[in-house]
Design a protein around this ligand. Structure first.
Ligand code: FRU
Length: 533
């Protein structure tokens, strides 16, 4: 790994240089995975947006191609913004995406592959009818809040449906359009879904999940054995929220299950950095895969110095938890083929107040999975009823604040002597006769560089630590740490920029700063560098 580029990643998706943001139009075609993304070919900051394009056979190693969609028509002359792929009958992919027109209005366009016999889909053409959907006086759509079409789905009436993110005043909306032929689109009277005071809904996503299995489903699937997921990216807070609910196909509206709305206590794919995400159905392996953009926590000056900005999270398989109340996510299994030199942590007791170095892994580029065993909850701290915000709780009780059961977990990207480290850890509270499990990712000591955003993140994890496995997996990759608590029930992604704990000088520790002992077992692997672009 080049010494002068300590923050470039070894196995996360990024181009050689410049700015990237949202994942666009992911799909699989003739056994090849396609990934497109918002890219500035000219600069390290946002602007001049085109759809850059890479392909892969394994979601791990990626080959770059020329930009697939770039300004070339009046309807996208000022930018080719986010959009999604739909696989039409006969297996033909098409893209719906937002174009910025000469009046800087947001409009929706269609692009299609020029040559379907090219599995790499290297060339894309646009239809002369673009734009297919545009704001107007008549339809009351706001020209600066009308973007990011989803994958379309086909209803039982043989009409296609698509939603586009929007807002009216401060009400976020999933604007619904229908079409018989994918060319003529008619706006529905009602949005598929909306919520007051949430602001602009960017990058909506809407898809079915199976009630009975972890398998993914085609986006058009409906029926008694599915629930639907609705996700939005909130421009105001730069956070994503999802709900699980019911798609009423007769009324063409989505109804979230009770108690799950976009709010401070809403469900998130990731309780750290993760935005503008998008799923697709991988028909070759019957799974639904989630892509998400991870931006920088460094200053623009530092981004200019390093010559790039933005990454994509490791693609995650996602499915409905058996409770039916939340999703579960796990890094695609293919990432495990980068594992080498497994270091087994023999089952042992991590005494209260102790730190153990995990030796023998390349700690700057690793995959760690640990299971914690707790036998006695008596010493767990009592949860104050006012502690409802997990991020705030993690900020108040960072890794150095001792507790009863916890904090215990990992110190990653740590320097010898612990001048720098990022801590990912659990704290267990008791709340009457049940336990509340808190997962934190504390970046406050991650770098001696004071200019980075070192916000602490936190999430409650819906596991019962006495009767279920309490595990933590972290994917560590130079300047990113993606953590999965409760076997994928809560995920936290953080960006960090150590100045000492870089490359061979990075270390990995397991720690327990609680008063009570915990049992640990698990493995750590060095991860090979993937071939990315
Ligand atoms: C989300 C977003 C989208 C838009 C794109 C522009 O990050 O703002 O709403 O289509 O990025 O690059």
């Amino acid at each position: 790994h080049p010494v002068n580029e300590p923050y470039r990643t070894g196995y996360h998706f990024q181009p050689p240089k410049n700015w990237i943001n949202d994942p666009n139009g992911p799909l699989i075609y003739k056994g090849i995975y396609h990934f497109f993304y918002q890219y500035n070919p000219l600069d390290v900051v946002w602007g001049n947006i085109v759809w850059a394009h890479s392909t892969s056979t394994d979601l791990v190693n990626w080959t770059p191609h020329d930009a697939a969609i770039y300004p070339s028509q009046p309807s996208d002359i000022n930018g080719c913004w986010s959009g999604s792929a739909t696989i039409l009958p006969g297996g033909k992919p098409v893209m719906l995406y937002t174009g910025i027109d000469p009046q800087n209005r947001q409009v929706q366009n269609l692009a299609y592959p020029k040559n379907l016999s090219d599995p790499f889909l290297r060339e894309w053409a646009k239809i002369p009818q673009n734009p297919l959907m545009a704001p107007s006086q008549a339809n009351q759509i706001n020209a600066s809040s009308f973007r990011d079409p989803t994958t379309a789905w086909l209803g039982p009436d043989k009409k296609w449906r698509v939603i586009i993110g929007g807002k009216t005043n401060q009400t976020g909306e999933a604007i619904l359009y229908r079409s018989k032929d994918f060319l003529n689109w008619v706006k529905a009277k009602q949005p598929l879904h909306s919520a007051e005071k949430t602001g602009m809904w960017e990058c909506p996503d809407f898809f079915p999940v199976s009630i009975h299995s972890q398998n993914g489903l085609d986006t058009s699937k409906i029926g008694p054995d599915v629930k639907h997921v609705f996700k939005v990216s909130l421009d105001n807070t730069r956070r994503e929220y999802y709900t699980i609910g019911t798609y009423n196909i007769d009324k063409d509206i989505y109804i979230p299950d009770k108690g799950s709305v976009e709010s401070d206590s809403g469900l998130r794919y990731d309780y750290g950095k993760f935005y503008a995400s998008k799923t697709f159905f991988d028909s070759s392996k019957n799974r639904r895969i989630l892509w998400g953009w991870i931006n920088e926590s460094s200053t623009v000056e530092d981004d200019i110095k390093k010559g790039w900005s933005g990454l994509q999270a490791i693609p995650r398989t996602l499915w409905l938890d058996k409770s039916g109340k939340q999703l579960v996510q796990w890094p695609v299994v293919e990432i495990e083929k980068l594992r080498e030199k497994e270091v087994k942590l023999p089952s042992s007791v991590l005494k209260g107040g102790s730190v153990h170095e995990v030796l023998g892994v390349t700690a700057a580029q690793a995959d760690v999975e640990i299971t914690f065993g707790i036998s006695d909850l008596k010493k767990a701290e009592v949860l104050d009823p006012s502690w409802t915000n997990p991020q705030l709780l993690c900020s108040r009780k960072g890794a150095s604040v001792k507790g009863g059961l916890g904090p215990f977990g990992l110190l990653v990207l740590a320097s010898k002597g612990l001048k720098e480290y990022t801590s990912v850890f659990y704290r267990i509270f008791k709340d009457h006769n049940k336990h509340v499990v808190l997962l934190c990712s504390d970046q406050s000591r991650s770098s001696l560089n004071k200019d980075n955003d070192k916000t602490t993140y936190g999430a409650f994890v819906n596991v019962d630590p006495l009767h279920e496995k309490l595990s933590l997996r972290s994917l560590i990759d130079h300047s990113i740490v993606e953590s999965f608590g409760g076997e994928g029930k809560a995920c936290i992604t953080a960006r960090v920029y150590p100045t000492l704990a870089i490359n061979g000088d990075a270390h990995l520790y397991a720690f327990n700063y609680g008063t009570e002992d915990v049992k640990i077992t698990g493995s750590a692997w060095s991860l090979k560098t993937a071939k990315i672009n």
